[in-house]
Unconditional design. Sequence first.
Lengths: 213, 213
Amino acid sequence: MTTIALVDDHKIFSDSLASLINDFEGFTVCWSAQDGAKAIQLLQQNAQKPDIVFLDIVMPGMSGLDVAKWICDNKKDIKVLALTMEEDDNSVIQMLQYGVRGYLLKNIGAEELRMALEQVVKFGYYYTPIITSNIHKHVEKKNQSGNVPEIKDREKELLNHLCTEMPYAEIAKKMFLSESTVDTYRARLFEKFEVKNRIGLILKAVNMGLVKL
Amino acid sequence: MTTIALVDDHKIFSDSLASLINDFEGFTVCWSAQDGAKAIQLLQQNAQKPDIVFLDIVMPGMSGLDVAKWICDNKKDIKVLALTMEEDDNSVIQMLQYGVRGYLLKNIGAEELRMALEQVVKFGYYYTPIITSNIHKHVEKKNQSGNVPEIKDREKELLNHLCTEMPYAEIAKKMFLSESTVDTYRARLFEKFEVKNRIGLILKAVNMGLVKL
DNA sequence: TGGAGATTGGGGGTTTTACCTGTTGGAATT
DNA sequence: AATTCCAACAGGTAAAACCCCCAATCTCCA
């Protein structure tokens, strides 16, 4: 039996959610808290350690982000699922960085909720399709950042080195080229990418997905 | 009834996969092809237009990546699911850029397969947890890139401008500071982040998640 | 076989960065 | 009132980055 804790300031919401989850086979809600501080307090008492914590992001007082950070830092074996209205990119990224195991929007149906729970139990992770579709959009956006210029192998090689702390002299050594040649290539890259700077070049190349930092 | 086409050079694999899928309620395999060229030919004839194409990545001749690109360019309403042994980051990113709707590893079980199909039908997207966990690892890696130094508001502001094509003179104008002051802040940031370069600073800041490009 | 184009390199310049050692003035502390 | 702290600023210097024009090879290929 997988135990679940709910953290949400809207009591009626967590109560109804609890009733829904308790109807699912194999899942039970062990407790629910109305704010972040109380949730952490309950987790510290260790009385009823849940397998999964459903966490609302927007709450008065301690925010869901803070609670997520605390849990991911102090109770690594508890899986945190974020539950929120916000489709905000920033908080998604923030949560992912904290180590949250999934991200649900509050407008999901009961069916997707069960699917999410099962996936988390089986695989440890679940991201709602909206989120993955965000990743998708995010990646597709990169393709729209101007036309990717044609670059030759040697230029591409230089491009990768340019996205580095290395000064040109070092790059020249690594590529077995003279500094002048590196300079010529650099100039061509600047032209092709229509940038004024090594920094501008890096930004464009990253946005086009040509290099990964 | 959702129709599915299979593209895989291992005939025995696509045959058995077809039999498995045909056992799923609501899904049927309309055809299968042994290589990319034949798949595109069948898609062009438009005889049996599938809802979903299961695409093997590694194939002799035309690779799955090429086929994916073709479908996403020419038949946007067909959902492409990549199916592969490779957990290689590069091909994942490549496929995502082409607009693939999901990514499955060949070692998935029948159950996850059905889950994937149902999710694609319902939501349009499915990424195997391994992949999302890759995203996860990728994101978590960022947290391990050294301790995030404490930076004041004004420094943070400068940091954002530094991740830009702007030279210092322009940044100074934007921040209503003299160039000298910008320079002192810059020096402090270099020190705090332990970098030698504006570029090094950008790299570290991005990896720490302090700025987004 | 001559020319187009890719690759590699040089010389000589300006601009921008990066680093250094300072000073001033205001706010907070004690 | 004296001290500490810090944001803001100055000037100078050396290094790195950036920009232009040009040249020697080499391959390819029409």
